[in-house]
Design a protein around this ligand. Structure first.
Ligand SMILES: CC(C)(COP(=O)(O)OP(=O)(O)OC[C@H]1O[C@@H](n2cnc3c(N)ncnc32)[C@H](O)[C@@H]1OP(=O)(O)O)[C@@H](O)C(=O)NCCC(=O)NCCS
Length: 312
């Protein structure tokens, strides 16, 4: 391989990492569309947020003093995933991605992850080959949906969280995640969103029971983007009123997006939840794309109302 070192990302790398992302995805989109496409720069805020969440799991590949590739690892309890993952176009096919991916896997394993995964576009043979040859196995399809008809209802009983999140609530989110998939823990994703100001978090509680929780990410500046993304939405599988809880949380997120003057909300989720596609279609979500999860280790996402994606 080329003379490349892989090391932890630092604050000084942030601008280079943003440019690597922009150049890499502009190249992918340009080839795909057959005409020139320029991707926006990823906002600094989300890069900083990922670095706060996993300081040793945000990595760069450096060659001759320049950042040529970058990767972000996310440890959700025992479930670890990687994304975004980018190698500059002119540096591809020289083994850099492979070395970087090995380092990501070492990091996630050291954080106690027994499931490793990522999501990628199933129609890019290059990507499929890249991960298959590293031992990843195709798992679930994930849908990317978009809604342009956002709700105006605030979401019955839903409260918006403020920073800092109470310890007791963080523990309830850990327990709720664990009840969806053993060992899964979304609590740090909520902490990151609140602390780093990259989105808004909502919970639905009845008495001491956490019925559900959601994260909406809105880190693209309003002047540059009219969309936000539903990062996570979880409903307690043990309660009776699961559908009501789901709809209330969805209302709260859509209403918050609308309130900010944005027009669109993206929601990504696994195709293995049979209810979700129909429910979201009823709410005017339209299918925009699909990714495939590639996984090492046993993973099956549970919970009827569980929206989540391994995409950064
Ligand atoms: C996917 C990506 C990260 C791989 O990084 P890389 O540095 O090019 O990867 P490597 O050089 O280590 O390995 C590339 C492999 O793909 C193979 N490959 C290249 N083009 C291919 C094609 N069209 N079809 C099939 N395989 C292809 C190479 O031969 C090599 O496999 P081999 O070692 O078995 O021969 C990089 O291409 C990239 O940044 N792509 C754009 C962004 C992206 O898609 N990121 C991943 C999102 S999940």
């Amino acid at each position: 391989m080329l003379d490349v070192i892989i090391r932890e990302m630092t604050e000084e790398d942030i601008e280079s990492v943003r440019k690597v992302g922009q150049r890499t995805w502009s190249d992918v989109a340009t080839r795909d569309a057959g005409h020139k496409v320029r991707y926006p720069l990823r906002p600094r805020e989300i890069v900083r947020a990922y670095m706060w969440k996993e300081p040793q799991g945000c990595l760069v590949a450096e060659r001759k003093g320049e950042v040529v590739a970058s990767a972000f690892c996310h440890a959700w309890g025992r479930v670890g995933w990687v994304g975004p993952f980018e190698v500059l176009p002119e540096m591809q096919n020289q083994g850099i991605g492979t070395s970087l991916m090995h380092r990501c896997e070492d990091f996630l394993t050291s954080r106690g992850c027994s499931v490793l995964g990522l999501e990628t576009m199933p129609y890019f043979m290059r990507n499929l080959h890249f991960y298959l040859r590293l031992g990843y196995v195709p798992g679930e399809l994930t849908f990317i949906t978009e809604n342009r008809e956002l709700a105006s209802e605030k979401g019955a009983g839903v409260e918006e969280l403020e920073h800092p999140m109470e310890d007791a609530l963080s523990s309830s989110i850990t327990r709720l995640s664990n009840s969806l998939t053993p060992g899964l823990d979304y609590s740090r994703e909520f902490e990151m969103t609140l602390k780093m100001g990259v989105g808004r978090c909502f919970v639905l509680q009845r008495g001491k029971v956490l019925q559900g929780a959601a994260i909406m990410h809105d880190y693209y500046p309003k002047g540059e983007a009219d969309h936000a993304s539903l990062r996570l939405l979880l409903v307690n599988p043990r309660i009776k009123e699961r559908r009501e809880a789901f709809l209330s949380l969805l209302d709260a997120c859509e209403n918050a997006v609308k309130d900010e003057g944005r027009k669109r909300l993206f929601a990504r989720f696994s195709a293995s939840h049979p209810l979700l596609y129909d429910e979201l279609r009823e709410r005017s979500y339209r299918l925009e794309g699909a990714n495939i999860r590639l996984v090492k280790g046993r993973y099956h996402e549970k919970g009827g109302y569980h929206l989540s994606a391994w995409a950064g």
